[in-house]
Write a protein of this length. Sequence first.
Length: 182
Amino acid sequence: MGRPKLLLPWGKTSVIGHLVQQWRGVGATQIAIVRAADDAKLSETCGELPCIINPAPERGMFSSIQCAAEWPKWNPSLKHWVIALGDQPHLREGTLQQLVAIATQHPNDICQPASSGRARHPVVLPKSAFERIPTTTAADLKAFLASAAEHRRMIEIDDPGLDLDIDTPEDYERAKKLAQID
């Protein structure tokens, strides 16, 4: 991509700026960013948002989730956590609203959107699941979610953005087109 995906322009802000606005818009009360130790530019861009440092990002996405689950500064009154990808600013607001509504109706379930029967992101975890992440033996998020299958609710949502992550410049252009961003 030539630069960090989260810092790419998105409308009048950046990808990360848009994601934060989106999640605040659907009721997120505490937001934190997980980043690599050497990604100080992201911290500068995020301003007042707390940044959780992943000292070993080469271990993959689940290591970032584990760092977040071990972070001691979460508001103790939180009942749900959202694992949101930084490369999906193109998801429809209605998709996020629907996911949050389902999680509210089913407070003990892991809620996850699906597209054509395939699990997608973001994932909403109840407190009980989030607190198990630091001690899990699961190798990755997929295995962790599979281990909680009896408490996992997949919601089929019609949003073509669920099938797209921004991994290439072409993906970025497709995502902007989906979101109707210039």
